[in-house]
Ligand binder design. Sequence first.
Ligand SMILES: Nc1ncnc2c1ncn2[C@@H]1O[C@H](COP(=O)(O)OP(=O)(O)O)[C@@H](O)[C@H]1O
Ligand SMILES: [Mg+2]
Length: 222
Amino acid sequence: VAPLLLGSMLGYAGLGRQIRDIEEKDRALEVVVQACKRGRSITRGLLTFARRQEHHRAMADITDAVVETLTLVEIDLTKSHIKVVRELEPIPLTVCDLGQLSQVVLNLITNARDAMKPGGGTLTVRLRERRDLIELSVSDTGSGIEEEIRDKIFEPFMTTKGALGGSQTPGTGLGLSVSYGIVQDHGGTIDVASAPGQGTTMTVRLPVVIAENFERELAVGA
Ligand SMILES: Nc1ncnc2c1ncn2[C@@H]1O[C@H](COP(=O)(O)OP(=O)(O)O)[C@@H](O)[C@H]1O
Ligand SMILES: [Mg+2]
């Protein structure tokens, strides 16, 4: 949807620039304004949708989300010549939405896979407890992220893939912005460490929330 919309906005904006007649110019501008408004509401809708869909918070082991997601993508990773290393230490249960966290893991793994195209490489998924936080990291030996875009990658529609990014690899630029929203909803953070030409590590840190605290927070919030 976004590339289509952006394409038509660009088309009418370009047309508007060429038109001499003021009234026709206004009409072309109006189309651009309407398209921008639609784009804005689509973006907002997508983000709220991704955050609100199925809120099943419960005491759970995030290891389950990691293992299930890895099982789901295993065949695809093998086809992409990617070796998977799992370093999964036991972690405490925490109140979280496993469905949403699986989506985060999937987004990070998909990005890691894309960064290692076409030659493949090594994907390392680490899960551990450090300083009372659950730490999930996804590392790849791929392209890395150029310094200039590193602080923009969490923005919606920021992509180096698909039609928007001028690449054959499909992508919408929504994976990281949606993941960021989910992690934020869990009171956590995402960090990026990357060396161009060598690879990237994305680290998600989440607080350990026990059920008793969770219920108390809900009562206070109500
Ligand atoms: N592991 C990674 N290695 C290299 N670049 C990455 C990695 N993860 C994210 N990026 C960069 O961040 C951009 C935004 O990522 P994302 O929001 O998932 O959107 P998409 O994957 O659809 O492009 C990507 O287009 C890519 O340029
Ligand atoms: Mg992505």
